[in-house]
Design a protein around this ligand. Structure first.
Ligand code: FES
Ligand code: FES
Length: 168
């Protein structure tokens, strides 16, 4: 890729990251090639499928469309961070399990979208869950199964919270 290199400092999964790269390098390639975070996947490469979703400053973005020069001081959270960070342990309990998916290709993007939703709305209804997943394409057609599982998990969570408050 032609052009000068830029030096970037940003936060990646709650740790500071420094990188030298071309300004137009895609965030998707930075994550996969420079940081070995292969959970962020490349599908359409056009911003349509959501396979490459990550959180940037708390907002889901398609990393295939994000150029490196926009990353200075940004906070990036990938599926690896969602699966491992202590700060997200509560949210993790309500994300779909591996066997909810068929091939699993869409799973990272879907979990990123759901995490973004639950960070601001920990008790979503069916419509809000569907809305949160509107940027995710499941080529296996299992979208309904994922939504159903999230609804089920959240209704269990509500029942549990109700029982606890009745006991106290
Ligand atoms: S690979 Fe980025 S939206 Fe499809
Ligand atoms: S489970 Fe295969 S793409 Fe969604």
């Amino acid at each position: 890729m032609p052009g000068n290199l830029i030096k970037l400092r940003f936060t990646l999964n709650e740790r500071s990251a420094i990188l030298q790269c071309h300004p137009g390098t895609r965030l998707l390639d930075i994550l996969r090639d420079d940081f070995g975070l292969k959970g962020t996947r490349e599908g359409c490469a056009r911003g349509e499928c959501g396979a490459c979703l990550v959180l940037m400053n708390g907002v889901p973005v398609n990393s295939c469309l994000i150029p490196a020069f926009t990353l200075s001081d940004a906070e990036i959270l990938t599926i690896e961070g969602i699966h491992s960070l202590k700060s997200l342990a509560d949210i993790r309990k309500f994300l779909p399990e591996k066997d909810t998916f068929r091939c699993g290709f869409c799973s990272s993007g879907i979990q990123v979208s759901l995490t973004a939703m639950m960070l601001v709305n920990p008790d979503p209804n069916q419509e809000e869950i569907r809305q949160a997943l509107s940027g995710n394409l499941c080529a296996c057609g299992n979208y309904g199964g994922v939504v159903a599982e999230i609804i089920e998990r959240n209704s269990r969570k509500r029942k549990y919270a109700r029982k606890r408050s009745e006991r106290s």
